[in-house]
Design a protein around this ligand. Structure first.
Ligand code: NOJ
Length: 743
C-alpha cells in the first residue's frame, strides 16, 4: 500500500482552528457594542426571549393580516421578528406597533421565502443551476433581493444549498442539484447576490443558508426523513455548500427538520456549534425551521417542549421559528440553571447587532418607501434579466435537427396541458409571484417576430394529472394538417417543492399517451418539458424528435422558450442532476465509487442490474447545442508535481458546427490509488465559453492541492501522492483525459 503523507491544507485549517479558539461557545461571540450592551441591560428576560422569537403573519392564507395575539406580543416586546410580512403598507403598519407602542421600541425584522423572485419570477433554482452561469445567477439573486427589500423586507430564507442525489425528494427544485463543487460556487454567488457587500443597503436582503444540515439526504427521498449517511459522505458531499455560503458571508443559517446521525438538527450541538460555529466560523444567528424545536418531542429525543427548547439553546439555536418555545417554555430552564442567562444574551446580542447593521435603530422605516416599491417591482430591467436567465437555464436533451425552426414557413400545432399555461410557470416557492404576469409558451411563440412566417393551431389536449382523453381525437386531426408539433408536458407546480416526494417520477396523467398517439401520426415532435425535478423521460426521449428541459422558467418563460425554438438563442444549459432511466436506479449520481466489481457486460458477477443498464438516461453535466464543440486532449506541461504545487491543465476547444454558441467546459478528476476509495469522477472546475462558428480557444484550469485532497481513514483532510486522471469535456461522461503524478 502506498505510503501517504498528510498535507495539512493550511489556509482552511488555520482559519478553522483560529475560529474554534475564538468562538468556543454555542452562540456567536459578537464584538460588544455599547449601544447594544446598554439596551441589553434594560431588557427583561421576556423581552430577550422575544428577540429570539419569530412568528408568521396570516398573509399566506388570508391576505395581509396578523393575529391579535401576535400584535400584542409585538407591543409587549415578546416578538422580535415576523415572516410572511411584506409590502410597504403592511410592514410599516407592523413596524409602527413595535417602535411606537413597545417599551424599548426595538424594531422588527421582516423575513419571507424569496427564493427565486419576489414578484418578477426567475427560473426555479434547479433550473438556474442548469445555466452554470454564476454571473447570471448572482444577478438573479440580486434582483429578487432588490424587489424584496423594496417591499419592506429585510431577510430572505435563501439560498437553499442542500445537495441532493434523489429526485424523489421534491425539494431538489430549490437547490442546485447533486454536485458539491457546482453547488458551492452557486451558493457563493447567491449569497453575494442577496446580501451585496455590506449589510444595510436598501436594495439587498439578509441571506439565510438552509437547511443545516443534510436535509437533502432524506432516507428513501421522503421529505423530513432522517439523513442516514456516513460522516465521510456528509463532509465530502453535503457540507461543502453550507461552508461556502458561510464563507461568502451569509448572516443567518436555518436548521433542518431531519435528524443527522440520530440527533435532530435543531438540537444538534455537533452540527450547530462544533461544525457551524467552530469549524466554519459562522458569526451570524441560527434560526430554526418552522416549529422544528417542538418537533423534537415527536422525534423522541426530549419528553416535552421545555426540554426541546433547552436542547435547542444548548445546541446553538438563536431564534425559534413559529414554535413559541423560546417565548413560552424555556424560562424554567433558565430559572433552574440549565441555561445560563449569558447564553441568551449572546443570541440577543447577535440578533440586535444585525438589526443595527441593517440601520433599523436609526430608521426603522428605512426599507419602507412606497416610491421605491412601485419603481422597482416588475421593472422593465428586471423582466429583461428574468428573460435572460430563463433562456440560459434551458437544456436541449435531444435533437435530430428538427430544432431550431429557422427560416422555414410552417404550420405548427401547439398542444399539451402546459403549452398555454401561465400559473405553473412561477413554480413552487414563488413568494408574491403571480401566474398572470407570466408569458406562456404559446404566447411567447406568437409574440416573437419569427412567428410571422408560421401559422398556429392550439389545442390543450389533456390535463396534467387526470385520465381524460376526450380531446385526443381533435388533437390528432390537427396533427395531420401540421408540419411540426410542439408539445408541452410535465408537472404542475405543486408536484415539486416541499412535502412533494414522489415514488414514481414519470410525466403524470395521460400526457405520455398523448405523445405516443401523436407519434403515430408521423410528424416531427418537439417536446417541451416543464417540471421541478429530474423525471423519467425514457418515453419522451424515444418518441420525440427534439426535447427541451425547461423546468419552471418564471415570468418570461414563453419568450425564452420561443427564442430557443426559433434558434434566436442557442441553448447552452447542462443538467445539474442526473436523469435516471427509471426510479429503481435512484439514488443515481455521477460521482459514485468504482466497487471491487465494476460494470462488465460479460461478467454476471459485476456490479449491475439484470434489467436495465447502469447508466442514466442523461448524465450530470449533459446538454446539447445547435452547434458542435470539439475538444483537443487536456495538456499539462509537466507530468510530475510536488505535493504543494498547483496543477495547470489546458485544453483547446473549437466550435465545429454551424451556429455560434456557448459550451460549459467541465473538468473532473479521479484519484487512481488512495487510502480510501474515491469517486470515479469529481467535478473540480468549469468555464462557460462563447465561440463563434469555427472559432478556437485554449482554456487553462488550475487545480490546487486542496482540489486533490480528501478525508483519509482518520478523517484528516489530506493529499496523497500518486496518479490522478484529469478529464475535460462537455459532460460527466467525458473520457478525454490526461494523467499526472503527485510526488
Ligand atoms: C419550512 C421550509 O422548510 C423552509 O425552507 C421555509 O423557509 C420555512 N418553512 C418558512 O416558510
Amino acid at each position: 500500500m502506498k505510503q501517504y503523507i498528510i498535507y495539512l491544507l493550511t489556509l482552511t485549517l488555520i482559519f478553522q482552528l483560529s475560529c474554534a479558539k475564538k468562538m468556543g461557545e454555542t452562540s456567536a461571540k459578537v464584538k460588544k457594542d455599547p449601544f447594544i450592551e446598554d439596551l441589553l441591560k434594560k431588557m427583561t428576560l421576556d423581552e430577550k426571549l422575544g428577540q429570539m422569537s419569530l412568528f408568521t403573519t396570516d398573509w399566506e392564507s388570508t391576505g395581509p393580516t396578523i393575529r391579535a395575539g401576535y400584535q400584542n406580543d409585538i407591543r409587549s416586546g415578546r416578538c422580535g421578528a415576523l415572516f410572511n410580512s411584506h409590502t410597504v403598507d403592511f410592514t410599516t403598519k407592523l413596524q409602527k406597533i413595535a417602535v411606537e407602542e413597545s417599551r424599548l421600541k426595538i424594531p422588527l425584522l421582516f423575513g419571507y421565502d424569496v427564493i427565486h423572485g419576489y414578484k418578477t419570477m426567475f427560473p426555479i433554482p434547479l433550473g438556474e443551476a442548469a445555466s452554470w452561469d454564476l454571473f447570471a445567477i448572482e444577478n438573479s439573486a440580486y434582483i429578487m433581493s432588490k424587489e424584496g427589500a423594496a417591499a419592506g423586507l429585510h431577510w430572505t430564507f435563501a439560498p437553499m444549498v442542500d445537495i441532493s442525489r434523489d429526485p424523489r425528494w421534491g425539494r431538489v427544485l430549490e437547490g442546485s442539484g447533486e454536485d458539491p463543487f457546482l453547488g458551492s460556487r452557486i451558493a457563493e454567488a447567491r449569497v453575494r447576490g442577496i446580501q451585496g457587500k455590506q449589510t444595510g443597503q436598501t436594495d439587498r436582503l439578509l441571506a439565510c443558508v438552509k437547511h443545516f444540515a443534510a436535509y437533502g439526504a432524506p432516507n428513501a427521498g421522503r421529505d423530513y426523513n432522517p439523513a442516514e449517511i456516513s460522516e465521510r459522505v456528509f463532509r465530502e458531499v453535503y457540507l461543502p455548500t453550507y461552508a461556502s455560503a458561510v464563507k461568502a458571508g451569509a448572516k443567518t443559517v436555518m436548521t433542518s427538520f431531519n435528524d443527522y446521525d440520530g440527533v435532530p438538527a435543531s438540537g444538534n450541538k455537533y452540527l450547530l456549534t462544533d461544525i457551524l460555529r467552530k469549524e466554519l466560523g459562522f458569526d451570524g444567528f441560527v434560526v430554526t425551521d418552522y416549529t422544528s424545536i417542538n418537533e423534537m418531542v415527536k422525534h423522541g429525543v426530549v419528553k416535552d417542549e421545555t426540554d426541546a427548547g433547552i436542547l435547542a439553546i444548548q445546541a446553538g439555536v438563536d431564534m425559534d421559528m413559529q414554535g413559541g418555545v423560546f417565548q413560552e417554555k424555556i424560562k424554567d430552564g433558565i430559572n433552574d440553571g440549565r441555561i445560563k442567562e449569558e447564553q441568551i444574551n449572546q443570541s440577543v446580542r447577535t440578533i440586535l447587532k444585525i438589526k443595527k447593521d441593517l440601520g433599523l435603530f436609526e430608521d426603522p422605516f428605512k426599507y419602507s418607501s412606497k416610491e421605491r416599491e412601485s419603481n422597482t417591482i416588475l421593472s422593465k430591467a428586471h423582466l429583461e434579466a428574468s428573460h435572460d436567465m430563463a433562456k440560459r437555464s434551458i437544456v436541449l436533451l435531444k435533437n435530430d435537427n428538427t430544432l431550431p425552426l429557422k427560416d422555414k414557413t410552417i404550420k405548427i400545432l401547439v398542444t399539451g396541458p402546459l403549452a398555454d399555461d401561465k400559473n405553473n410557470l412561477i413554480g413552487a416557492w414563488s413568494a408574491s409571484g403571480e401566474g398572470r404576469h407570466c408569458v406562456s409558451m404559446y404566447e411567447g411563440l406568437r409574440a416573437h417576430e419569427n412567428s410571422k412566417r408560421c401559422t398556429f393551431e392550439y389545442i390543450k389536449g389533456c390535463n396534467v394529472d387526470d385520465k381524460d382523453k376526450s380531446q385526443f381525437e381533435i388533437v390528432l386531426e390537427a396533427a395531420k394538417k401540421a408540419d411540426v408539433i410542439i408539445l408541452a408536458i410535465g408537472e404542475n407546480k405543486d408536484m415539486s417543492g416541499e412535502a412533494t416526494s414522489r415514488t414514481m417520477i414519470r410525466i403524470p396523467g395521460v400526457q405520455e399517451e398523448l405523445l405516443l398517439a401523436l407519434k403515430a401520426i408521423g410528424k416531427p415532435i418537439i417536446t417541451v418539458v416543464m417540471n421541478g425535478r429530474p423525471l423519467v423521460l425514457d418515453k419522451v426521449h424515444d418518441h420525440s424528435n427534439a426535447v427541451l428541459e425547461t423546468w419552471w422558467l418564471g415570468t418570461q418563460a414563453g419568450h425564452a422558450i420561443a427564442e430557443v425554438i426559433y434558434g434566436v438563442y442557442n441553448p447552452s444549459g447542462k443538467l445539474p442532476m442526473t436523469f435516471p432511466r427509471n426510479e429503481g436506479q435512484i439514488p443515481i449520481f455521477y460521482n459514485e465509487k468504482n466497487t471491487g466489481r465494476p460494470f462488465n457486460p460479460n461478467d454476471k458477477y459485476s456490479s449491475k442490474y439484470i434489467d436495465i443498464p447502469n447508466t442514466p438516461l442523461y448524465p450530470f453535466g449533459y446538454g446539447l447545442s445547435y452547434t458542435s464543440f470539439t475538444f483537443g486532449p487536456p495538456l499539462s506541461n509537466k507530468k510530475l508535481y510536488s505535493l504543494k504545487e498547483n496543477v495547470v491543465v489546458t485544453v483547446e476547444i473549437q466550435n465545429t458546427g454551424n451556429y455560434p454558441g456557448e459550451e460549459v467546459v467541465q473538468l473532473y478528476i479521479r484519484d487512481l490509488v488512495s487510502s480510501v476509495t474515491r469517486p470515479v469522477k469529481e467535478l473540480k472546475g468549469f468555464q462557460k465559453v462563447f465561440l463563434k462558428k469555427g472559432e478556437k480557444k485554449t482554456l487553462s484550469f488550475t487545480l490546487t492541492p486542496n482540489d486533490l485532497s480528501f478525508y483519509n481513514q482518520n478523517m484528516e483532510w489530506v493529499i496523497e501522492p500518486g496518479d490522478f486522471e484529469i478529464f475535460i469535456g462537455g459532460d460527466s461522461d467525458t473520457q478525454n483525459k490526461v494523467k499526472i503524478t503527485i510526488l
